[in-house]
Design a protein around this ligand. Structure first.
Ligand code: CA
Length: 514
């Protein structure tokens, strides 16, 4: 990188774009000469946009070949396009959108790739072998934390094939309007979390005994098992005091660990892999480096027969017209619009709109508004046909590229994707976050090399070399695909796993609290 005879490097994504972004770490000073022959009119921070031509007031500002906003005043060639100069366009009206189903997938099948996974009785395949202790109410969270610590100390060392013990604590279960229509989301999420492939269909449930959410609602019977035996309620009269409860939980955990310990990894086709894609702490490079590389890897997984979930409604909403040309059928198109409408209404009830999404960090990183953020975010979905749309917390029912509707909030998206059945998540970041999940490995991809150098032990893959021209999107996408297979197979751990970084489960509960 740096100053060369041809000027400082800039990135312009689409030939229609009238802006480019500055690559140089630390930004550039007024007067600096760019590689496109333009001399900077202002100081411009790294990742921020510079005008490639004179723009009159109200002229469209174009990035990714799309209008990301309108000029608030006249802008000259070489000027820094900061937030104050950009007026946000309106959202595409959902009732006027047209969609054109794509009859057949355009991608060439990819043969010869597999991973080593844990095959489950229900047909899903896990990437980790974890004892999950689900809970039906927050009242038991303290007990859950305590027994997990004790199980890790006293039992887990005796079962070397089991990777971890995780308690599924949450804030739901009582003090909530359990019959409200929107309560279906947190209840479905908790139920489907117990079916996550990394928990091996061997989840036990810890309940209190008087809560609104009954523990049996969280158990899905599988063939020839007595799943009600997997429930333990603290108010059960057979328990004498605290020690009795702990002994009871430890005994049930031991039985579960014995079964889980017998599981062995076996070679599975990529078709058995379900990967979630998410971004967080995005900057202007996210849509140029990390997200396009992730999109390339998404296409590879789908070509190999696997399943990829992409999510984050508020980051798809402003680019939805692009996605509607990639749906497999009119039903899928209608479902996509249904989820967008539901979320528009949800935000409206809260008295906000999608502009509430962009964070101060996004803006400091060069993203002026949610339109610009969206266009960079949906690139994670690659180019294949969208075969299905899931409402929040619904379980995957098809293979291929799927839109799973979730908020963009990192921990809520992570929780809902786990409920949908991902066994691994890929997370792109520009600003940096130590994000991790307890129930599945998270592979983190940085959009900038200076972040991956500073956070050398927190980032799994650097996509910043794409900005400097030292690597291509294709090369980085292939590298990510191979890394996903290595981590899925347990040959490698992700950085967050090695460091033990795990965010809490955070439920999406749009229903009233009582
Ligand atoms: Ca996010």
């Amino acid at each position: 990188m740096g100053h060369s005879a041809t000027g400082y490097r800039t990135i312009r994504i689409n030939e229609r774009d009238n802006v480019a972004i500055i690559v140089e770490a630390g930004g550039l000073k007024s007067g600096a000469l760019l590689d496109n022959g333009i001399q900077l009119f202002d100081d411009v921070p790294q990742g921020h946009k510079v005008a490639l031509e004179d723009l009159t007031e109200d002229a469209p500002i174009i990035r990714y070949g799309e209008v990301i906003g309108y000029a608030e005043s006249d802008i000259v060639r070489g000027q820094w396009i900061h937030e104050g100069l950009v007026r946000m366009p309106d959202s595409p009206p959902l009732d006027q959108l047209s969609f054109m189903p794509r009859p057949a997938p355009a991608l060439v099948p990819l043969e010869g790739y597999s991973f080593e996974g844990y095959r489950n009785p229900d047909g899903t395949v896990g990437t980790r072998n974890i004892l999950g202790i689900s809970t039906s109410v927050q009242c038991v969270a303290g007990m859950g934390n305590l027994v997990v610590k004790r199980i890790k100390e006293k039992l887990l060392p005796k079962y070397p094939n089991v990777d971890d013990v995780v308690v599924l604590n949450h804030s739901y279960g009582c003090g909530v309007a359990i019959n409200a229509p929107a309560a279906i989301i947190p209840i479905r999420t908790l139920k489907n979390l117990t079916r996550n492939p990394n928990l091996g269909n061997e989840v036990m449930v810890l309940g209190l005994g008087c809560e609104k959410l009954e523990p049996k609602q969280l158990i899905t019977p599988v063939a020839d098992s007595n799943k009600h035996k997997d429930i333990l309620e603290l108010q059960d009269e057979r328990f004498q005091g605290f020690a009795g409860m702990v002994d009871g939980i430890m005994a049930m955990a031991q039985q579960k660990l014995e079964r889980l310990n017998q599981r062995k990894r076996e070679t599975c086709p990529v078709a058995d892999l379900v990967v979630g894609m998410q971004c967080g702490g995005s900057d202007a490079f996210s849509g140029v480096t990390a997200n396009p590389a992730v999109g390339f890897a998404t296409d590879l997984i789908v070509r190999a027969g696997g399943t990829v979930l992409f999510s984050e409604v508020t980051e798809v909403r402003d680019g939805v017209q692009k996605l509607l040309h990639r749906v497999a059928s009119e039903d899928v198109g209608r479902a996509l619009i249904r989820e967008m409408k539901w979320y528009d209404r949800y935000l409206e009830l809260g008295g906000v709109d999608r502009s509430a999404n962009t964070t101060p960090g996004n803006k400091a990183g060069g993203l002026n508004n949610i339109v610009e953020k969206s266009l960079g975010s949906i690139i994670k979905s690659g180019t294949s046909t969208i075969v299905d749309v899931l409402a929040p917390g619904e379980r995957v029912r098809r293979k291929g590229l799927i839109f799973a509707a979730t908020p963009a909030s990192d921990f809520i998206c992570g929780t809902l994707q786990l409920a949908s059945g991902i066994s691994l998540q890929v997370f792109t970041t520009g600003r940096g976050t130590p994000y991790g999940l307890a129930m599945a490995p998270v592979v983190k991809v940085s959009s900038r090399s200076d972040l991956s150098q500073r956070w050398f032990d927190l980032i799994d893959l650097d996509a910043g070399n794409i900005a400097s021209g030292q690597a291509t999107i294709e090369e980085t996408g292939w590298e990510l695909f191979r890394l996903i297979l290595d981590v899925a197979s347990g040959r490698k751990q992700s950085a967050a796993e090695t460091l033990g970084l795990q965010n809490d489960l955070v439920l999406f509960n749009p229903a009233p609290i009582t």
